[in-house]
Design a protein around this ligand. Structure first.
Ligand SMILES: Nc1ncnc2c1ncn2[C@@H]1O[C@H](COP(=O)(O)OP(=O)(O)O)[C@@H](O)[C@H]1O
Ligand SMILES: Nc1ccn([C@@H]2O[C@H](COP(=O)(O)O)[C@@H](O)[C@H]2O)c(=O)n1
Length: 497
């Protein structure tokens, strides 16, 4: 998504550019670094947003960038305050006008790669609006801008780089007049009254003095050289964070020294479907490279139903009794869990259809995780989780069927589980449903990182083979790829293409 312009509320929208988020955790599944956060302070109309937008634009080739504005955190006003605000008599430049606690909490969540809900505020109606904005997927760098962005020590502690935009006061007033009349529905008189009574004194008392906390002072005009320096600094910092993931994961073996069985099939958290003649027949069709697409879809759908039905046995049930048409009572069980499905797009698709066949009205979501074309490392490109996972308290009560048709290196699985945990899902409530896993790589990685996650699979193959992918016409290079052998090929391609 490219930078957005101020909306009808006069509010500077959050700006999000996303090129995917690379792993923010190590092979053990634990977060290894936080989002890189830049704090940008300065007087009103000094050019903070301008600087933030230029940084975002210059870093667009880097993964996921977000601008968080202090404006979002203006407190809710009561009727009396509203009347004062419309008369330009409400002090909106005093630190108490901002809900600093909430600002700090939201930023803490984003920095720690957790989801958060940002309030929205309208400069036109002087009021916090009813809707909030859910943010998760894109936050490798966050540029936080606001007049008081450097004032609060708790906020300052969260920044990796602190900037102060120093601007001539006449220029700030001229810009503010123009902007507030054009975008915030104000009059010349109103802007001047507010400026002399509140904005200027607040700058002198609160905002200006925070320049001493800045790592770098950027001029409020003709500032492209300074912005370039910042951009280069951020690039250097982030370059050091690059992970070399898949190759490392693919080598994971069972920890025999810790008493693990050498065979994945015998692990406590792995449920392998009974290898009945029916199941082996389905596998044979799916493994056969000459199988037509039509047959592949038909048999993959059958397999998906069997896998999901087996997964259903892992959910909690409670006793129930019903009256039968004969008038007798019969004792039985009923499902006692909130369940949703999250598929890793695209290969999780066939299993998602299976979940829908088995659980009527089940909430569904998807995670688009793909390999970076140049490095081959996994990238989280898009997250659209079901509503029940967007709030931590509900997420922690929900069982999740995580869906992907195979687990090879485990890179996508690891990322998807990390996303669910970041949202508050309990590890023990994640059930990974899949057609095929390899003995090396993925299952070993998942067992080490998230031992409580259960895996239901219809088959286990012995070999995870590395090879070279197709030639990239742009770079002239081939990247390393891994495949399960004998395997079923790329199930997503065979099902959808
Ligand atoms: N370096 C700059 N060069 C030209 N115009 C600028 C510059 N910085 C800011 N402006 C203009 O000044 C106005 C206010 O800037 P803005 O970044 O919104 O201020 P702030 O976020 O500090 O309130 C905008 O119209 C913006 O385009
Ligand atoms: N309802 C409101 C709320 C705030 N303001 C003014 O906004 C200024 C901060 O925003 P910048 O984009 O200029 O940094 C601040 O000086 C408040 O006076 C407002 O006018 N109305």
């Amino acid at each position: 998504m490219l930078p957005t312009s101020p909306g009808v509320t006069g509010h500077k929208n959050h700006i999000l550019t996303s090129h995917g988020r690379p792993p923010w955790y190590g092979p053990d599944g634990r977060a290894i670094h936080n989002a890189f956060v830049i704090g940008i302070a300065g007087g009103s109309a000094s050019g903070k947003t301008f600087v933030a937008e230029k940084i975002v634009k210059a870093l667009q080739s880097l993964p996921s960038i977000l601008i968080l504005s202090q404006d979002s955190f203006y407190r809710k006003h009561n009727e009396e305050e509203l009347a004062l605000a419309f008369a330009n008599e409400l002090d909106l430049d005093h630190p108490s006008a901002i809900d600093m606690e909430m600002f700090v909490q939201c930023l803490k969540d984003l920095k720690g790669y957790k989801q958060t809900h940002i309030p929205t505020y309208s400069f036109v109606s002087h009021q916090r609006l009813a809707e909030t904005k859910y943010l998760y997927g894109a936050s490798v760098i966050i540029a936080v801008e606001g007049i008081m962005a450097l004032l609060d020590p708790a906020l300052r502690d969260l920044y990796d780089l602190k900037i102060f935009v120093q601007c001539d006061s006449d220029l700030m007033l001229a810009r503010r007049l123009r902007r507030d009349i054009k975008e915030r529905g104000r009059t010349v008189d109103g802007v001047l009254t507010q400026y002399l009574r509140f904005v200027k004194p607040a700058f002198d008392n609160f905002v200006g003095p925070t320049a001493k906390y800045a790592d770098i002072i950027i001029p409020g005009a003709s500032n492209m050289v300074a912005i370039d320096l910042v951009v280069n600094h951020v690039r250097r910092e982030l370059a050091e964070r690059h992970a070399n993931f898949r190759a490392e994961l693919s080598r994971a073996q069972p920890a025999l020294e810790d008493g693990w069985d050498a065979d994945v099939r015998n692990w406590p958290g792995v449920v392998l479907l009974r290898q009945t003649p029916q199941l082996r027949g389905i596998h044979t069709v799916l493994r056969d490279k000459t199988t037509s697409r039509e047959d592949f879809i038909f048999f993959a759908d059958r397999l998906a139903t069997l896998v999901v039905e087996r997964g259903m046995d892992l959910l909690p049930y409670v006793r129930d009794s019903v009256e039968t048409p004969t008038g007798a009572m019969a004792r039985g069980l009923k499902l006692d869990a909130d369940v949703c499905g999250v598929s890793i797009i695209r290969a999780g698709g066939p299993l998602q259809a299976g979940v829908q066949r088995v659980l009527r009205d089940v909430p569904l979501g998807g995670l688009l995780i793909q390999s970076d074309p140049s490095t081959g490392e996994p990238l989280l490109l898009h997250s659209s989780l079901p509503r029940c996972l967007l709030h931590r308290n509900q997420a922690s009560e929900t069982h999740v069927f995580l869906l992907d048709t195979q687990i090879g290196t485990g890179a996508a699985a690891l990322m998807a589980i990390r996303v669910l945990l970041d949202h508050g899902v309990q590890e023990g409530k994640i059930i990974f449903l899949t057609f095929l896993v390899s003995q090396q790589g993925g299952p070993n990685v998942l067992r080490r990182a998230f031992p409580q996650v259960r895996i239901v699979t219809s088959a286990v193959d012995d070999v995870l083979q590395s090879g070279w992918g197709a030639l990239d016409e742009e770079t002239g290079e081939r990247r390393r790829v891994w495949k399960i052998v004998p395997g079923m090929g790329y199930i997503g391609d065979r099902y959808y293409l």
